[in-house]
Design a protein around this ligand. Structure first.
Ligand SMILES: Cc1cc2nc3c(=O)[nH]c(=O)nc-3n(C[C@H](O)[C@H](O)[C@H](O)COP(=O)(O)O)c2cc1C
Length: 395
């Protein structure tokens, strides 16, 4: 698809505000420079969190895997190391009973004066789920997530004891539960299966994506919003998109850096694959989609680059935005124009990239949105920085 880099008006779908999200790294190891230690480097975490806050980030994801640090414990620490940053706790419903998760999240929310967010992960790999005793298939896992959401909300809002007997959970006389700081905690859904859309559209406050081409994200957003409307919702889930930006002072420098990075990232991924014995096509639809985009084309739209996805078998958030800070900021605004109001950017050079994004990217996006608010018109960011739209190069 081609995007006109200089359309006149702000589209009706555009989000008026944006919140920037990062991912909390717990030590200096990166895909570019993997270090053997898997432990928590507390000094690094302190510095990372402080840098996020100084750079103007709004939130940070605490991811979850069977071999990761515990996302709840880490979220609590992040909450105490920051003043404004929202800890987004990734939770897999198979790992915790829903009333207990409600209690943990409400506690985190109180400890952070209302900053807690939960990101529900239904599980994208049967092998990974089995590591912690979960043998449900994906359809059943999403049905459990749906029930989990209902119980979380009731646990936060019911004013008298209540009982529940569902397909996955049963309990009697719970409540009133420990309350969040000021009302229910935002619930986000990750996943691109049909069931993720059904549940996310009907029940979630936030629906999240990895970085996809604009045309594809547009139809996915329409799908989420259509399901929300069909479910009789007055509101719509907020949209979260995720990228791995690679920026430098000029377009050429950024693209050379990207080429150098992808070789290093591929090497790291191959060594980890060899060591841990991963193989085959990923089972999660989000990764399958990323690989499909990568097979079709290397560069999409203004700055989306898929070679990083191809090099890592679409593992996790893996599509990049490449260019100058201006081009990458303009590319982010392209997604804001489609309705994304939560933008996750985390680089391959984790801590240094937080500094650079905070200094060079976030202010440009915010300046464009402030201009729109003041004038009702688009600023010049997108028109002045066409990136890959200006050439057929880099393909
Ligand atoms: C923004 C975002 C963050 C995610 N974070 C995690 C995570 O921390 N841990 C995890 O196992 N999966 C994570 N996922 C992956 C999906 O939620 C996961 O693959 C899903 O459980 C099933 O995927 P599917 O519906 O696409 O097949 C994340 C996905 C998105 C979009």
């Amino acid at each position: 698809m081609t995007v006109d880099p200089a359309p006149a008006d702000v589209p009706a779908t555009a989000a008026a505000e944006v919140e920037f999200i990062s991912l909390t790294h717990t030590n200096p190891s990166t895909e570019l420079n993997p270090l053997p230690s898997r432990g928590i480097d507390l000094a690094f975490v302190r510095r990372y969190v402080r840098t996020l806050e100084d750079g103007g980030f709004d939130a940070t994801l605490l991811p979850y895997a069977s071999n990761s640090a515990d996302s709840f414990v880490l979220a609590s620490a992040v909450g105490q190391l920051s003043e404004r940053l929202k800890p987004i706790v990734a939770v897999r419903p198979n790992t915790v009973f829903p009333t207990v998760a409600a209690q943990q999240l409400a506690t985190l929310d109180q400890l952070t004066t209302g900053r807690a967010v939960v990101h529900l992960i239904s599980g994208g790999s049967d092998t990974e789920q089995a590591r912690q005793g979960d043998y449900l298939d994906k359809t059943e896992r999403y049905s459990r997530t749906s029930e989990f959401i209902d119980i979380l909300r009731r646990s936060w809002t019911e004013t008298a004891p209540f009982s529940h007997a569902g397909a996955h959970y049963r309990f009697d006389g719970f409540g009133p539960g420990f309350p969040p700081y000021a009302g229910p905690i935002p619930i986000s859904i990750g996943g691109q299966s049909d069931a993720a859309f059904e549940i996310g559209g009907a029940q979630a406050d936030i629906f999240s994506f990895w970085g996809e081409p604009l045309a594809d994200i547009r139809s996915q957003i329409d799908r989420v919003h259509g399901i929300a409307a069909a479910a009789g919702r007055a509101d719509r889930p907020r949209i979260w998109v995720t990228f791995r930006p690679i920026i430098d002072r000029t377009e050429d420098l950024a693209w050379s850096k990207a080429q150098e990075y992808v070789e290093r990232i591929a090497r790291t991924f191959q060594e980890a694959t060899h060591r841990l014995g991963f193989k085959g096509e990923p089972q999660n639809v989000g990764s399958q989609r990323a690989l499909d985009f990568a097979r079709r084309q290397e560069v999409y739209d203004r700055a989306l680059w898929t070679r990083t996805a191809a090099a890592t078998n679409g593992n996790g958030a893996s599509t990049a935005l490449v260019g100058t800070p201006e081009t990458v900021a303009a590319a982010i605004v392209d997604y804001i124009d489609l309705g994304a109001s939560l933008v996750s950017i985390r680089g391959y050079d984790t801590l240094n990239d937080v500094v650079d994004y905070g200094r060079y990217v976030l202010p440009l996006v915010r300046q464009e949105l402030a201009h729109r608010k003041a004038t009702g018109r688009r600023g010049s960011l997108q028109a002045d920085h066409p990136g890959a739209l200006a050439t057929a190069g880099h393909q």
